[in-house]
Design a protein around this ligand. Structure first.
Ligand code: GLC
Length: 841
């Protein structure tokens, strides 16, 4: 059902002149301003419990209300009709409502939440609003010079906000752009963009959410609209930012960041609305090895054996499209993968898991049972004229499940039964923007973002009761595919956590899948780009993110691969992957010298896995991602606002990889307010300093925050060995602080029924100043129900062996080892019941 005229022209910007204004406008999403009509003055006000409903001169209707005392929702519809919340794929549930006090005075209306957030609405000559925090500071204000306006004919609209010159914007999901997206123009339109150049937009994922930062204070905005939308964050006019869409409703949420106006609070409130990342199975945090493709089952088994023989830890091997029979999804090539069950069981015996690729295109082939079943069940997408929609992808002409229909999701989800029964452990949803190939006989230049690259915009979707065009649901398609996979897997194996990886996504994708940044390139520029891309995805609510290590589109040099592996080792999703023509890229492929370094790099990941896992569990509770840009944790330190070549893992580890060819040192900035200790040699550095560190090829500059405690373990070859491996708590001395460790079965949902334990470590400092005053450590280690045993503590940041160490008041001399080269003091714990340790330098 198509209510409005929809355009189908899309091209790259540089072709816009040749293609005419119409196509260009759809691409940018920008309406031709001549056709825009302002919403006009407020004619009528109806007070609601959470805010107001307004009738505007243009005939539009607005609803402005509080979702929580710190979150405001603004909705304006030119048709005076509002979509039901259930039709938004981004929201994890219909948002709640919070009480507002409404006051009218002359030309203005005031809404006040219970926490003191205020919205001032000016009624005429044009509707506009401004939001103030409880301390009376302006958070965000409409720009009266460019009022909200609609194009009633085409359905497009835009709105604008005033911008201060130094306001920065982060987030927007996956964008191949610098860390802060101020003065950028961005389009939300999921696109298959192999070999994307830095600066190229749009990208595979669309997340219309950002966090603003101005003088240390944050707020956030989420534009709940899945049509092709755009943001101009002060590019055209630095004094305002604008956003709009080609269709649908103006529906956005403003997150005030609470009384602190903190980015963490913004993100926590945003993820309360769109959902939090589901805790992955522990094995999915291990190292993963992929290529397009390991071509035979023997090759897969050889790779597995080599990892084990060479003692390079790894958990997962990937089977790309060539494992299938003619690229038909959920099949196996009868020649090259003749005994998949045997292969999978041999992998499992060596502690490997297998992930297979699953594309959305289903070969239109009468001899293919899955095609026939989908056609008979009526779950495939249809063209505007009602015929089954076909487009070409890997297998040739394909039909496409309509993942916006519960029936289609259900049908697709059940297809996972066969690979699960064989023993496949996880699944990789690719090409789900959807990206398609040009049809036979296509006689136009093959433009990268041309209409031939996805489905026709007027194709039909069921929309779970809100039928609509592909123009409306395109951006949600990939995420709904990931949902079909996730929900299918949960149904089929309720005792396991699904492992789904997706290339395309929309706001809320974190509920279903991990995300990787698609077909990147084996260049130093792309290596550097991976950090702002991943940290912005992370603070867009998506915790489980990674980039193909080494760059997908070809062959990296040995040095580039080795540096990339280091840069990625502490990113949440850690996979090497490469295309069909690239040289072999296993960690040993570059000769013995590099193999040794790459092994040590992957070993670092495994040492820190208990910590990474704890961070993922914390994310499920708080929405805070494992990977964080520095500004997110230190919004008041203006020196870090634009730092994109360092990141934080959790709150306590600072990672500063080498991102340039031939460089054997790099500068590191330590954010103000904390001291940092070199992970490798134990030296301490004060916050606020910029220092140069040696970084030979075998060194990833890594620092731990003084006061932090993180769990580590001895190197294991895969996560299956962890239960037998004891933990060491690594404690960075020199400041008060705390740490938490989460332990459970690493799989399944027992942890939601209390089957876990949480260790707490608290560090208190004596009165003397500096790093060398006494430290008291309070340990809270609950009774062990079979989890990794805590066997030791390692203190880092001591100048020399301590003069005295007391365990629960008793002086200890045995089980202590001080290593002067790393400034680490190792202490074997007599038992897990230790409550207090006191150290005097
Ligand atoms: C796409 C994916 C890539 C995959 C290839 C073949 O290019 O992005 O990761 O290897 O298709 O399936």
């Amino acid at each position: 059902m198509l209510k409005r005229k929809e355009k189908s022209g899309m091209t790259l910007g540089r072709f816009s002149a040749a293609l005419g204004l119409g196509a260009w406008l759809f691409l940018t999403g920008m309406p031709a301003s001549a056709a825009l009509r302002s919403v006009g003055a407020v004619l009528q006000v109806k007070t609601l419990e959470d805010g107001v409903e307004l009738r505007l001169r243009s005939g539009a209707r607005a609803k402005i209300g509080f979702v929580t005392p710190e979150v405001l929702r603004v909705r304006i519809s030119s048709t005076a009709r509002f979509e039901p919340d259930a039709s938004s794929y981004a929201l994890s549930a219909p948002p709640p409502r919070a009480q507002a006090k409404v006051q009218q005075q002359g030309n203005s209306l005031e809404l006040r939440s219970s926490s003191g957030v205020r919205v001032l609405i000016r009624k005429s000559p044009e509707f506009s609003l401004a939001i103030y925090d409880a301390a009376g500071r302006l958070i965000s204000a409409d720009d009266p010079a460019r009022p909200t306006a609609f194009d009633a004919q085409e359905g497009a609209f835009e709105t604008s906000k005033r911008r201060e010159a130094y306001e920065l914007y982060y987030g927007f999901g996956e964008k191949a752009l610098p860390l802060s997206r101020h003065q950028q123009h961005m389009v939300m339109w999921n696109a298959d963009v192999p070999d994307y150049a830095p600066g190229h937009d749009p990208s595979y994922q669309s997340i219309p959410f950002f966090i603003a930062l101005n003088e240390g204070r944050s707020h956030g905005l989420f534009f709940n609209n899945s049509w092709r939308s755009w943001f101009d964050m002060g590019k055209t006019e630095p004094q305002r930012y604008r956003f709009g869409s080609a269709g649908g409703e103006l529906d956005y949420f403003v997150f005030t960041g609470g009384p602190e106006r903190s980015p963490a609070r913004v993100l926590s409130d945003y993820t309360a609305l769109t959902g939090r990342g589901a805790l992955p199975p522990l094995w999915a945090l291990g190292y993963q090895q992929s290529r397009w493709s390991y071509k035979t089952q023997d090759e897969v088994l050889r790779i597995a054996r080599e990892f084990r023989q060479r003692q390079i830890p790894a958990d997962v091997l990937y089977l790309d499209i060539d494992h299938m029979d003619g690229f038909r999804v959920f099949t196996w090539n009868p020649q090259t993968f003749a005994q998949p069950a045997e292969m999978l069981s041999a992998l499992h015996q060596q502690g490997f898991r297998a992930v297979t690729i699953v594309d959305p295109g289903i070969k239109q082939d009468e001899g293919f049972a899955i095609y026939r079943s989908g056609r008979d069940a009526g779950v495939f997408m249809r063209n505007a004229d009602g015929s089954e929609l076909h487009a070409k992808v890997w297998p040739g002409v394909c039909a496409f499940p309509d993942f916006t229909s519960a029936q289609a999701r259900d049908w697709f989800g059940r297809l996972y039964a066969a690979p699960l029964d064989l023993g496949v452990d996880g699944f990789w949803n690719d090409m789900n923007e959807p990206g398609v190939f040009a049809a036979d006989g296509f006689d136009k230049p093959a433009i990268e973002l041309g209409p031939q690259k996805t489905l026709p915009l007027d194709a039909r979707h069921a929309g779970d009761g809100q039928p609509g065009s592909h123009a409306r649901y395109h951006n949600a398609y990939g995420m709904q595919m990931a949902r079909a996979s996730f929900e299918g897997l949960r149904q089929l194996r309720p005792e396991k956590r699904p492992m789904v990886l997706t290339r395309a996504g929309f706001a809320g994708v974190q509920r279903y899948a991990a995300v990787w940044t698609g077909d990147n390139s084996p260049t130093w520029t792309h290596l550097a780009l991976s950090l702002p891309m991943l940290s912005n995805l992370s603070i867009s609510g998506v915790p489980f993110v990674g980039a193909d290590v080494g760059g997908f589109m070809g062959s990296p040099s040995a040095e580039l691969y080795t540096r990339w592996l280091q840069a990625a080792v502490l990113t949440p999703y850690f996979r090497t992957h490469s295309n069909d023509v690239s040289a072999p890229r296993e960690p040993w492929a570059f000769g013995p010298e590099f193999e040794a370094i790459n092994r040590a790099t992957i070993e670092l990941r495994y040492r820190l896995l208990p910590h990474l896992y704890s961070l993922f569990e914390a994310n499920e509770r708080s929405g805070l991602p494992p990977m964080r840009p520095l500004w997110f944790a230190y919004p008041h330190d203006t020196q870090v606002s634009l730092i994109e070549d360092q990141f934080l893992l959790g709150a306590d580890l600072l990672v500063a990889p080498v991102l340039q060819e031939g460089k054997l040192q790099r500068q590191v900035y330590f954010p103000k307010g904390d001291a940092w200790i070199d992970w490798w040699d134990g030296r301490r550095y004060e916050g606020g300093s910029l220092l140069t560190f040696k970084a030979p090829l075998n060194r990833l500059p890594l620092f731990i925050r003084a006061g932090a405690s993180v769990p580590t373990q001895a190197v294991v070859q895969h996560t299956g060995d962890m239960p037998r491996t004891p933990l060491t708590l690594t404690v960075a001395l020199g400041a008060a602080g705390s740490g938490e460790v989460f332990q459970d079965a690493g799989e399944g949902y027992g942890y939601r029924q209390g089957q876990f334990r949480r260790l707490a470590i608290r560090q208190e400092r004596g009165s003397a100043a500096g790093a060398q005053s006494w430290t008291r450590l309070q340990l809270d280690i609950p009774a062990n129900a079979g989890f990794q045993r805590v066997a030791a503590l390692e203190f880092i940041g001591l100048e020399a062996a301590p003069a005295e160490l007391l365990i629960d008041g008793h002086a200890v001399s045995e089980g202590l080892r001080f290593d002067a080269s790393t400034r680490r003091l190792h202490l074997t714990l007599p038992h897990e019941g230790v409550k207090q340790i006191q150290i005097r330098p």
